[in-house]
Design a protein around this ligand. Structure first.
Ligand SMILES: [Zn+2]
Length: 344
């Protein structure tokens, strides 16, 4: 996602199709990494957007962060215009649509393009459902999970899944995810990008995929994603992947506090929930008073959330929740909250 890339070199290539352009700062980072004989990459996860998106401001923030961008869906209530704006972001990126992105359309229309078709069309190969997108310069492969997931034991929008992907049930979905991952280059870190996380990560209401809207909680993970991860583990070819998703908001229902947003499994798989909602806050008078240099007539800016994953030599090094203020052309990293540090 970004805007100022010009004649950028290749950074990502979907399996079996022509490569996408990539941002010049990614290329710069990659060449720096080559020079130092260490590969590195930074990923920004944009969790559930829920209409909180501004192409100009998010581009500025992402340029500061210098990243490959992953979006885990729920952009709006099938908000085609917003998804088209995300598609315009010229950073290297991978996207998976969520249940809210299929809010109105239950099956594909044969007569005219519906909201789902328009979203899929503008995202193209960057919508990674059941497929893999390779980023060879930074040695990453992204594998998409089931699109439109609403969590839990039942497929959401089964007619869409059947018509578009030929997926009829959870078992078939799991096998499709697994198959997409198995062709990844051996020296790539494999990242699974899904709208919702897998089952098996806890059933308390504040667990990473825990139900926070019913008394007593419950596990609201996706069973097909858990099965796919299990199948991949059996192959022995994909070790310690990173699993990125959203859907289950950080802020729990009924004022019950905050959700756990990261889990590190016994096999070192890292599960990361990026659904910080709302992800954008307007800067208020209190902030401007603390930062008098920002107090200009046009300075009613925003502060925007991203979850940043730093990868060094094929392993996750750090994960932070970052808040970036955007006031006109002043872009500032305001807060960082450490979620994971490989040194500890
Ligand atoms: Zn959702």
């Amino acid at each position: 996602m970004l805007s100022t890339l010009v004649h950028a070199p290749t950074v990502c290539s979907p399996s079996g199709s022509s490569p996408n352009p990539l941002s010049k700062h990614i290329a710069t980072r990659a060449s720096m990494a080559t020079a130092s004989a260490r590969s590195s990459a930074r990923i920004a996860i944009v969790g559930d957007v829920h209409d909180q998106w501004n192409l100009e401001e998010d581009t500025k923030a992402l340029e500061l962060l210098q990243v490959v961008c992953f979006c885990s869906g729920d952009f709006g209530e099938e908000n085609v215009e917003l998804v088209q704006s995300v598609a315009e972001l010229r950073f290297a990126k991978a996207v998976i649509l969520g249940n809210h992105d299929a809010w109105h359309t239950k099956q594909f229309s044969g007569k005219k393009k519906d909201g789902i078709q328009l979203q899929l069309e503008c995202l193209g190969e960057e919508h990674v459902a059941y497929r893999r997108l390779d980023f060879p310069v930074v040695k990453l492969s992204v594998v998409g999970g089931r699109p439109f997931s609403c969590g839990g034991q039942h497929l959401f929008r089964p007619k869409l899944l059947s018509a578009r992907y030929g997926v009829q049930d959870m078992d078939g979905s799991a096998k499709r995810i697994c198959k997409a991952a198995l062709g990844a280059p051996e020296d790539h870190l494999v990242i699974l990008l899904a709208h919702n996380g897998p089952t098996g990560l806890g059933s308390n209401l504040d667990d990473i995929c825990g139900k926070d809207w019913v008394y007593g909680g419950g596990d609201h993970g996706d069973p097909d994603l858990a099965q796919a991860l299990s199948l991949l583990k059996e192959t022995g070819k994909i070790c310690g992947p990173l699993v990125v998703f959203g859907h289950m908001h950080k802020q729990l229902a009924d004022g019950n506090g905050l959700r756990k947003m990261i889990v590190v499994g016994a096999d070192n798989t890292i599960y990361l929930n990026g659904a910080i909602v709302p992800r954008v806050k307007k800067l208020n008078d209190e902030f401007v008073n603390k930062e008098p240099h920002l107090s200009t007539p046009e300075s009613c800016g925003t502060i925007r959330a991203f979850t940043i994953v730093e990868i060094v030599d094929g392993a996750v090094d750090k994960i932070v929740e970052s808040w970036v203020s955007v006031v006109g052309d002043r872009i500032t990293l305001e807060e960082e909250h450490m979620l994971f540090n490989s040194a500890h």
